[in-house]
Design a protein around this ligand. Structure first.
Ligand SMILES: Cc1cc2nc3c(=O)[nH]c(=O)nc-3n(C[C@H](O)[C@H](O)[C@H](O)COP(=O)(O)OP(=O)(O)OC[C@H]3O[C@@H](n4cnc5c(N)ncnc54)[C@H](O)[C@@H]3O)c2cc1C
Length: 508
């Protein structure tokens, strides 16, 4: 029996959440799909690893847009509609913020969040609530407009708040509320989930983040993020998708300006009407298109012009006592020397010590994720790749350990516990680990940096002219909705929709 069919409707490069979402949506519409994944497991970054006999979440802190049963949000609903039934657990809090002058745990729910902000900054309840409500109005508009685009005049009539704030940064809009700096600081921590300081982060994006995470709270899968990956793969295969692991794609074949298949590292040439790539456009346009001269200059200019977003540096510690015994009381701690996001972003251009850390103790959402009497914490900084690119091969081991040690020391001081003394296992995940494991361009997990001149609204407007090769679509953090597991699903769906729309257009 042949390994591959003579022809597929669509080949998807990459079996991460974005690629699997594309595959599910296309299979649901009866298309014949092949997914080629370079790794020996599906999921990309939605994965786990095993140390000391314990399965450890590799990435996920919290998943947005899931919602409760019967009231699912966008991603939760899509997965349910596709028959991917994930066992979701509630994340018990928004975050604990520990920066000079603030020590406070915040919880989801607009009113509760505003009340908690008021406890720190008396008299701010109404303003914080109004700001969160504005975020929600913009969030509703984004959700509607992403499905039903409309003309500018119609948009202005129906989505006034969205139109009026779309041209401003998060900082500019927050400033109009006249909140004291402490209240702004309390609202700021989630900036790191998109990785652009509030001064350049479009308000639209910050609003979506706040409305979703604060408005509805977040969730994690009981069997870690790999539960999503495995169930998505399983369901895709039930729906007829062929998923092949350990099959890196080296080339995307192009003829007359149109993609018509791929060549794998193993040498298989496989044909399809469409190709969807989760590999970064930078990688695709610089080394994967065959023949190379099928890449228009404009494509190279586009990838060179875009600024790469952040990468990740994480230290995992499996500890020999429960969270309660060690006095680790919060699920998610943002620990900073400052809450000035411009200063943090500057600091993130180096290799550490980092001045802003996000630490998760998964046991607070998922008590049985480690054996009884133990717990797991992950300490993460989200640096720019530039600093790490300067480190030579000879120095990397030393620099990596110094950075990790500084992060563990900072959290030990915060908890008042010598974490290393309690460590059963210590694992360091660097930008190089991410690059090595997923092939992500420069180990970058955040796609392209969101800024006022390059973000979801601007990208929607330029999407058509940035379509350089027919029948080739992209899915991944580098696409319109940006980074994160929820956006990866949305980006995957969007790529599939583009394919389905083109199929329909060309059939007429
Ligand atoms: C430390 C850390 C913490 C994070 N925390 C969160 C969080 O709390 N919440 C959240 O929402 N997101 C989080 N993320 C981000 C999230 O994991 C990613 O944005 C998301 O999983 C990206 O999915 P993707 O499908 O776009 O890319 P990937 O997961 O990278 O998938 C791409 C896949 O394509 C494969 N591939 C690439 N090139 C080829 C090729 N040539 N041939 C075949 N296969 C190929 C790769 O092997 C990979 O499996 C975190 C990431 C990290 C690293």
């Amino acid at each position: 029996m042949k390994f591959y069919k003579d022809h597929y409707d669509v080949i998807v490069i990459g079996g991460g959440l974005s690629g699997l979402s594309s595959a599910l949506m296309l299979a649901d519409k009866g298309k014949d799909v092949l997914v080629l994944e370079r790794h020996n497991l599906p999921g990309g970054l939605a994965t786990s690893f095993v140390r000391g006999g314990v399965e450890i979440e590799a990435t996920l802190h919290e998943m947005m847009s899931i919602g409760d049963p019967g009231k699912r949000l966008k991603i939760g609903q899509f997965l349910e509609d596709m028959g991917v039934n994930v066992d979701w657990l509630d994340v018990p809090e928004a975050y604990h913020l520990s920066v000079p002058g603030i020590e406070k745990t915040m919880h989801p729910g607009f009113e509760r969040f505003a009340r908690e902000a008021d406890e720190v900054c008396p008299g701010t309840y109404q303003k914080v609530l109004d700001l969160l409500k504005l975020c929600h109005t913009v969030y509703d508009s984004v959700n509607e407009l992403s499905i039903h685009p409309m003309s500018k005049p119609a948009m202005l009539m129906k989505h006034e708040a969205f139109v009026k704030t779309a041209g401003y940064s998060a900082k500019e809009v927050i400033d109009t509320f006249g909140l004291p700096q402490k209240a702004v600081d309390l609202l700021a921590p989630y900036w790191i989930y998109v990785g652009a300081p509030l001064s350049i982060l479009p308000f639209t994006i910050w609003a979506v983040l706040m409305a979703d995470y604060v408005g509805y709270g977040s969730k994690v899968p009981r069997k870690l993020s790999h539960e999503m990956s495995l169930k998505m793969q399983e369901r895709a295969e039930e729906m007829g998708v062929q998923v092949e692991l350990r099959q890196p794609v080296e080339k995307i074949l192009v003829r007359d300006g149109k993609a018509y298949g791929v060549r794998t590292k193993r040498g298989d040439e496989i044909h399809a009407d469409y190709v969807i790539s989760a590999a970064y456009p930078n990688k695709v346009y610089t080394s994967m298109i065959e023949p190379a001269d099928a890449v228009p200059d404009k494509a190279i200019k586009m990838v060179n012009g875009r600024r790469i977003g952040l990468t990740a540096f994480t230290v995992f510690l499996l500890l020999d006592k429960s969270a309660e015994e060690l006095g680790i009381t919060d699920y998610n701690v943002f620990l900073g020397e400052t809450m000035d996001t411009d200063k943090i972003f500057e600091n993130y251009k180096g290799t550490g010590p980092y001045n802003y850390l996000t630490t998760i103790c998964l046991n607070h959402a998922n008590p049985t994720c480690t054996p009884e009497g133990t717990c797991i914490i992950s300490i993460t900084a989200l640096p720019c790749i530039e600093g790490w690119q300067q480190v030579s091969a000879d120095e990397i081991d030393k620099v990596k350990h110094e950075t990790a040690k500084s992060m563990v020391d900072a959290m030990s001081k915060y908890y008042g516990v010598d974490l290393l003394e309690h460590a059963l296992e210590v694992v360091i995940e660097t930008p190089m680990t991410v690059a090595h494991y997923t092939g992500m361009w420069n180990g970058c997990i955040y796609g392209y940096l969101h800024s006022m001149d390059d973000h979801i609204v601007a990208r929607l407007q330029t999407a058509e002219e940035e379509h350089f090769i027919d029948h080739l679509e992209f899915a991944g953090a580098h696409q319109i909705s940006g980074n994160g597991m929820g956006p990866a699903v949305t980006n995957g769906r969007k790529a599939a929709k583009n394919v389905l729309d083109t199929m329909a257009k060309e059939a007429n």
